[in-house]
Design a protein. Structure first.
Length: 421
């Protein structure tokens, strides 16, 4: 027997068969086992049982379905198409030797049709071909070149604009750059990604947290809400009267599935999750630290940069100062930079007029402010992240860490603040 075959389709079973008679089932079991396909998934039931099963569970990679007990296979196969996840290779069996039926089945996306009674060799050939079909695109097709870049946005303190920047990046990636993008709003109770785009958040994220084992391509297709053709959002407005038991497994599954289904993931990550779920950043390529030019933000930027060095050394941090006022900030840019011992990578102007318009229109700041400086600054941030995605791995390692207190001259900053006010 071959080793168990794993097609690399997330949580999907590699194989399921719904047959109509014991004789074919007895023939199939050893053939499936020889090909490394799990034979327990072979049951009596035919097309109807297949439709019922697939309506409530993820589709297998290869599906063998017997049409013999179906009175109207031409129509009933449509029911299968409705519940069967794209990517499943379906092989049909039947007693009807009719070229019209064969053509219709092929046009419906059925991979092969075997006329009963079948031999073990025919079953084996058909299943082997199905396996080859599933493997072929991974080796040679565009899938082979599929790369993924995950960006997390963390607000250094509350209200600095992390969610505003997350939705703006999602919008820019999916429209200006035309890249399939997932926006994951991990602020499960108080997230604002959906509401700021005038969408209902749905229950997607709450369901994912409750059933991490069910997260797969199909789940994602059903649970995510579409903001446009290329931007899908997963968020929640979890009830605030009951705690949400959550070990973070769902987030890891989601990250993994997004990796397969999208080019880019944008994660709006509440900073408290650095403490509760530090492992989440292991899969993240760029961490955008959204800050304001204030004293508490300077202190916490230092702390979080230091945390990242230790816990997520593979992620590239970008410091983005948002809501930068036209005149004097609470802390001057240069002082903020010497305090955090690195430059601020991007400055986004304070633009209350555009922010208000965006909220009123249910659009992103990047869209509403596209004609002005704010739009240009947001586009520059998006382009920088995509540039980093392209040259991933080429960046030199960050300089060695020094002690936090060594770097944070809080008295000096306070003195400067007082002298400028
Ligand atoms: N550049 C900007 N200019 C003016 N207002 C802004 C700017 N960026 C964001 N805002 C506004 O700041 C407020 C807070 O923004 P947002 O909700 O994105 O912050 P947050 O960091 O995600 O907050 P929370 O800590 O609640 O998650 C919103 O009203 C938003 O419109
Ligand atoms: Mg937020």
């Amino acid at each position: 027997m071959n080793a168990a075959w794993k097609p690399g389709l997330g949580q999907r079973d590699p194989f399921a068969a719904f047959l109509c008679d014991e004789a074919t089932l007895a023939l199939l079991r050893p053939v499936a086992t020889d090909l490394g396909l799990v034979a327990e998934k072979c049951v009596i039931g035919g097309l109807r049982a297949a439709i019922q099963s697939l309506a409530v569970s993820a589709s297998p990679a290869i599906l063998l379905v017997d049409l013999s007990d179906s009175s109207d296979p031409l129509n009933e196969i449509g029911g299968l198409a409705e519940v069967c996840e794209p990517g499943t290779v379906v092989i049909a069996l039947g007693r009807v030797n009719d070229v019209r039926l064969y053509r219709h089945l092929m046009a419906s996306g059925i991979h092969d049709y075997l006329l009963k009674p079948v031999t073990g060799a025919q079953l084996s050939d058909a299943l082997q071909q199905a396996k080859d079909t599933l493997l072929a695109p991974a080796a040679t097709g565009p899938e082979a070149a599929h790369s993924h870049h995950a960006t997390a946005l963390i607000g250094i303190r509350g209200g600095v604009g992390a969610s505003t920047l997350a939705t703006s990046l999602g919008w820019l990636f999916s429209t200006a750059h035309r890249r399939p993008t997932a926006l994951l709003d991990l602020d499960v109770h108080f997230g604002s990604a959906a509401i700021s785009l005038d969408l209902e958040p749905g229950r997607g994220l709450v369901d994912a947290i409750a059933n991490p084992g069910r997260i797969d391509g199909l789940f994602i297709e059903r649970a995510m809400i579409r903001a446009n053709d290329r931007l899908a959002i997963l968020s929640a407005e979890a009830p605030i009267d009951t705690p949400l038991v959550n070990d973070g497994a769902a987030y890891l599954h989601l990250q993994e599935e997004f990796r397969h289904s999208f080019d880019l993931t944008v994660i709006d990550m509440p900073r408290a999750m650095l403490i509760s779920h530090p492992h989440l950043l292991a899969q993240v390529n760029t961490v955008v630290l959204v800050t304001e030019l204030t004293l508490p933000c300077a202190r916490d930027t230092i702390r979080i940069l230091s945390w990242l060095k230790q816990h997520a050394p593979g992620a590239q941090p970008l410091v983005v100062a948002n809501k930068v006022p036209p005149g004097t900030a609470e802390i001057a840019k240069g002082d903020f930079e010497s305090s955090i011992e690195r430059s601020i990578d991007h400055l986004i102007p304070a633009d209350p007029k555009s922010a208000t318009a965006a909220a009123k229109l249910g659009k992103t700041l990047a869209e509403v402010a596209q004609a002005g400086r704010t739009g240009a600054a947001l586009r520059a941030l998006a382009t920088a992240i995509l540039g980093a995605a392209e040259q991933a791995g080429a960046d030199p390692p960050p300089p060695a860490a020094r002690s936090l207190l060594d770097r944070f001259d809080i008295k000096g900053l306070l003195a400067k603040k007082q002298s400028t006010s």
